[in-house]
Design a protein around this ligand. Structure first.
Ligand code: ZN
Length: 264
């Protein structure tokens, strides 16, 4: 069996943008125009400050995307005591959940800094995944979602090549994904919005691409990793709340929540 993304799609594309500055508005406009989706990692302590997104626009602006944590005050997580880090992350979750009215369990590490202890604290306050700034230039899903290395920053000189590479991903990569990260203010500062516009044009409207947020990818891939099998691999059980899709002997099959399937 070969796993596929929801509805049998072959690959996934996601984005992650940090720091909730007002330039997110223009970036979201580009994403929405091209049907791309991603995650906006916010410092709740900056909301409503000059140059930052307002609390009353969060729900509307990011309606097609995920809102996630980046730390209340953008402190270096490796420089905080354990209780300070708990506050930096847990209070961020709480503030963002109040604003969005939904569960907020994603994170990107401020300054891309983390350690085994930081990961442990993040997990203990209910964070499911966290993005680093270590580019892989690759398409494999992460081994450890609390150390989710992106494919590249949008400024990578090979961004377009990496995009084409995803669209033409080799068969040996199961569940290929491309993950692009950055800050919307970089487009404003460098006056290069065309970088995202061009990339969006290249990647948009593909039948076999799942345009997903970070948490949607986390949830789907974690469900696949939670499937249970008989030792001979012929019987598979889905104990999760997610329907998973796979190809088997040339057929597209789906296995719904709680279902058991015997493979021919
Ligand atoms: Zn940041």
């Amino acid at each position: 069996m070969k796993f596929m993304y929801p509805n049998g799609k072959a690959k996934a594309l996601t984005f992650s943008y940090d720091d909730n500055q007002i330039h997110d508005r223009k970036l979201v406009e580009i994403f929405d125009k091209y049907g791309l989706r991603g995650t906006f990692h916010m410092n709740s302590g900056q909301i409503n400050h000059d140059g930052f997104i307002r609390s009353d626009e969060v729900k509307g602006l990011y309606r097609n995307h995920e809102v996630a944590c980046h730390g209340v005050d953008h402190k270096n997580p490796t420089g905080l005591s354990r209780p300070q880090l708990v506050r930096e992350l847990a209070e961020d979750r709480k503030a963002l959940e109040e604003i969005t009215g939904s569960m907020v369990t994603g994170l990107s590490y401020a300054f891309g800094l983390y350690s085994p202890e930081v990961k442990d604290v993040a997990k203990s306050v209910g964070i499911k995944y966290s993005r680093t700034v270590n580019s892989t230039n690759g398409y494999f899903p992460p081994a450890d979602f609390l150390e989710w290395n992106p494919t590249c920053h949008h400024d990578a000189p090979n961004l377009m090549d990496l995009g084409r590479g995803l669209l033409d991903a080799p068969d040996y990569i199961e569940l290929p994904m491309m993950y692009v990260w950055g800050h919307s203010f970089e487009f404003a500062r460098n006056n290069n919005w065309e970088v995202m516009e061009e990339f969006a044009k290249l990647m948009s409207g593909k039948e076999d691409v799942w345009y997903a947020t970070n948490i949607e990818l986390y949830t789907y891939i974690t469900a696949i990793r939670s499937l249970e099998y008989t030792m001979d691999g012929k019987v598979v059980y889905n104990p999760t709340a997610v329907t998973v899709y796979f190809e088997h002997n040339g057929n597209m099959l789906e296995l719904a929540s709680g279902e058991t399937l015997t493979l021919a």
